[in-house]
Design a protein around this ligand. Structure first.
Ligand code: GLC
Length: 798
């Protein structure tokens, strides 16, 4: 399998470059060579001294020190010294208010407690975390250290499930596996089981019978996580600093993204459909592409330009022979509401005629080897130098360059190869480990900076764009990053294979990223590296319709892949799903607004929000989109129905008037034209239809329900409005109250109300009787809807 991937990578890179890469690969091997460290790993020994400090305490052990500090009642930071403290690249907030904590002796150790969490420090350095009811959430053994290396162990309960660690081609529940934190390009096309991938994040969520918690290690070194009977984490350097957050996933993610930052509201167009291909080589081709979308009546928001638009693959340049007037093209597309997003790689071509290279070289902006020489490695343009994004001066310099492409009408940027990834013939396809980095002035090497490289490239771009176009919300898409990436960029899941297995992997990968704080992601529809069958493409497209990032993309050496490639019925099915995506835009945009305030992923596992039902802990063939929708894509060839596991409550079929009841598993039809899509009872689902607001109302099962709707101009930082819909079942009436906040004018011509699951009753809107209930009611905005004597449809009972 790996051999096949290597051969494909060779094909994509080309034999000439592969040959030139031999020299670089040998150099990297020579520089990376180090004798493995010897000697035993030692625990810290016994507590010698304990000092209580406001919001925590400090403990001196025979070999080492420990600081425990509450940043909030449910957020505690643990730091084991000695070791190099991290530069807080991941951290977005440091102005925490003092936390009231108590301090007492507990046996030979000490117990520190806030109102939400107790941390017991044992005499030997073991730590126990308990909730206020005394339930043990986690027990850690004393960490062990050997010079700069650390090993950290914790007990896992037999039923404990673990999620996260960023981007993984693994099952949703990571228990039983081993995972490496080293952002890597798997080369060519990857499938399930490949590890590591482009975007590792040392954060995970633990879920067991006694409760749940989130743990984030603020250490960017190449860690190895092993989740077997115990959780064992190995760090080759840095300090052992981590944050512990007790509580259900919903609360833990909120806190974690308060610590590492929330994803800003994207421009609304980014939630539309994106069409891409490595191989749109000319301006005319892009024009034809747009025309075909229009001719086929397919909505489209973005076209991506892969590396071919550049002049000899020089970043921030445009090949004028193939794209003679990019600005005119961008304007033409804009008339149809379509934007251009252009790819950028961090490598700057070594070419003395190229101003960016000259400037970077003269100003010392590039990464260097320990002997002070600039590091050169091979990427698409041949030999490249690499900006050192750990230097604030370099970030500012790089951030300024975006204006070159903004002038050409480019609306968003796609950051690739920023693991960083370079062409090699074997081993790690990245910089030599001793490569020097500025690290904000304190100095460091690639062992520490590698995993931060993508994050900081995005920081540079985001800050540059905010400066240059303060009224426009940046759109960045990045293959790599680290904790905190969500503050700057979206992500896609890279070069996947075009197989049913890779399609199945999409859901756990996207869910895992969401639980690691990265809410905006999605796959190359149809897979990057192969030729999907019509059916595989259709099923992939249907799934991706409900993912935040919605893009078809593929490699240059596979046949072109646009929605019309397979003719009918694929074209019509894809058109319907595209339309559905745009109809759902008010709902999606509201979810985007919510995640900017909560950090909650748009796409959530079925055990969201509180994780108490273990039957849902392993479900990875379906997901929730926000609170209202449950999406169960078809993941097997030939399947025309599928089993769907339901969380508790009533679930309405989106396509027809059927109702299912959870918890449990039901069989739902899934002909090629659709996939099971269910709506939670009690939802008000805002959709859009020809300029009208379509409000779909699904009666609650208990007494309450509701929904939100956020709107604004779709970009910029101007006025907004928020509609709150409250559903209430009282006596023999169902009511929906509608409240509005904010100054943005109501953006729809009128309102079309859909009443689902109601058979009979009398309808009143703002005190005016509308007569017997109808399925569809045309109205304007209102304050109160009342349905008297409602009769509801029964369950489908399948
Ligand atoms: C990488 C990217 C892929 C892109 C290609 C060429 O393989 O992951 O999306 O098309 O480079 O730029």
């Amino acid at each position: 399998m790996r051999l096949r991937a290597m051969l494909r990578a060779l094909r994509l890179i080309g034999p000439r470059k592969a040959l030139r890469a031999v020299g670089y690969t040998l150099l990297r091997d020579r520089l990376d060579f180090r004798l493995p460290p010897a000697g035993p790993f030692l625990p810290p020994g016994n507590i010698r001294e304990a000092t209580s400090a406001s919001g925590g305490g400090c403990f001196r052990f025979t070999r080492g020190e420990l600081e425990v500090r509450f940043l909030a009642p449910d957020l505690v930071r643990v730091t084991w010294g000695r070791g190099l403290l991290p530069i807080p690249y991941a951290i977005a907030r440091d102005d925490w208010l003092p936390v009231e904590t108590s301090w007492r002796r507990a046996g030979e150790g000490y117990a520190l407690a806030s109102s939400e969490l107790e941390v017991v420090v044992e005499a030997d350095g073991g730590l126990t975390f308990r909730d206020p009811a005394g339930r043990t959430l986690r027990r850690e053994f004393p960490p062990r250290r050997r010079r700069r290396e650390w090993v950290h162990w914790a007990e896992l309960r037999p039923e404990e499930h673990l999620y996260g660690l960023g981007e993984r081609a693994a099952p949703l529940n990571l228990r039983g596996g081993e995972y490496c934190m080293w952002n890597s390009d798997p080369l060519g096309g990857y499938g399930p089981g490949v590890d590591p991938l482009y975007l590792g994040i040392p954060v995970y969520l633990g879920l067991h019978q006694e409760g749940s918690y989130l743990l984030f290690y603020e250490n960017s070194y190449r860690a190895v996580f092993r989740f077997k009977d115990l959780a064992r984490v190995y760090f080759p350097g840095g300090s052992l600093r981590y944050y512990f957050i007790p509580g259900p996933p919903e609360r833990a993610l909120r806190r974690y993204t308060e610590l590492t930052g929330r994803p800003p509201l994207p421009p609304r167009w980014a939630l539309g459909y994106h069409q891409s291909r490595w191989g749109y080589r000319e301006q005319e081709e892009v024009r034809t592409l747009l025309k075909k979308f229009l001719d086929h009546d397919l909505p489209l928001s973005v076209i991506h330009l892969d590396i071919d638009y550049m002049d000899g693959f020089r970043v921030f340049t445009v090949d004028r022979s193939r794209f003679p007037d990019l600005l005119a093209l961008a304007r033409e597309l804009a008339e149809h509401g379509v934007r251009l997003v252009a790819i950028l790689d961090p490598g700057v071509k070594r070419d003395p005629e190229y101003d960016l290279f000259r400037e970077g070289l003269e100003s010392g902006h590039f990464c260097t080897l320990p002997n002070g020489a600039v590091l050169y490695a091979l990427v698409w343009p041949g030999w490249c130098a690499f900006p050192d994004f750990t230097d604030p001066v370099v970030r500012a310099w790089w951030g300024k360059q975006y204006s070159r492409l903004l002038e050409w009408g480019i609306a968003g940027f796609w950051h690739d190869m920023n693991e960083p990834s370079v062409h090699t013939d074997w081993g790690d396809s990245t910089f030599p480990l001793p490569t020097r980095h500025v690290m904000e002035g304190r100095g460091g090497d690639h062992r520490e900076a590698h995993n931060l490289y993508g994050l900081l490239m995005n920081q540079a771009a985001y800050e540059g764009l905010c400066q240059q176009r303060p009224d426009v919300r940046p759109f960045l898409l990045s293959r790599s990053g680290w904790a905190g990436l969500q503050r700057y960029a979206w992500n896609w899941t890279g070069d996947t294979e075009s197989t049913w297995e890779a399609l199945q992997q999409t859901i756990p990968t996207v869910l895992g990223l969401g639980l690691s704080g990265i809410p905006y992601t999605g796959p190359d529809i149809g897979g990057f590296s192969g030729r999907p069958s019509a059916e595989l493409y259709t099923r992939w497209f249907q799934l991706a319709t409900f993912l935040p990032f919605f893009r078809t993309h593929s490699a240059w050496d596979v046949p072109p892949r646009e929605p019309w490639t397979w003719g009918e019925p694929v074209l019509s099915i894809v058109r319907e799903f595209l339309r559905l995506r745009y109809r759902l835009m008010p709902y999606l945009y509201t979810l985007a607004w919510e995640t900017s305030r909560t950090g909650h992923p748009l796409v959530r596992p079925l055990f969201w929000p509180d994780g108490r039902d273990p039957a849902l802990w392993d479900v990875q063939d379906a997901f929730l989109l926000g609170e209202a929708l449950l999406v169960a894509p078809v993941l097997e060839e030939g399947a025309r129905s599928r089993r769907v596991t339901l969380p508790a409550g009533r679930w309405y079929d989106f396509w027809e008037e059927a109702v299912y009841r959870g918890p449990g598993t039901v069989s739902v039809p899934a002909p090629l034209e659709c996939i099971p899509l269910l709506v939670r009872a009690g939802s008000v689902l805002p959709m859009e239809e020809e300029g009208r607001l379509a409000l779909h109302l699904y009666p609650p099962e208990g007494s309450e329900g509701g929904g939100l709707l956020y709107s604004d101009a779709g970009d910029g930082y101007g006025p907004w409005r928020l509609e709150r819909f409250h559903l209430r079942q009282t006596g023999d009436a169902l009511e929906m109250a509608w409240e509005t906040e904010g100054d943005y004018p109501f953006p729809w011509s009128d309102v079309r109300l859909f009443l689902h699951g109601v058979r009979a009753g009398r309808l009143w809107i703002d005190g005016r009787e509308f007569g017997p209930v109808r399925r569809v009611v045309e109205t304007g905005p209102f304050r109160l809807l009342r349905l008297e004597g409602p009769e509801f449809c029964g369950d489908a009972g399948r």
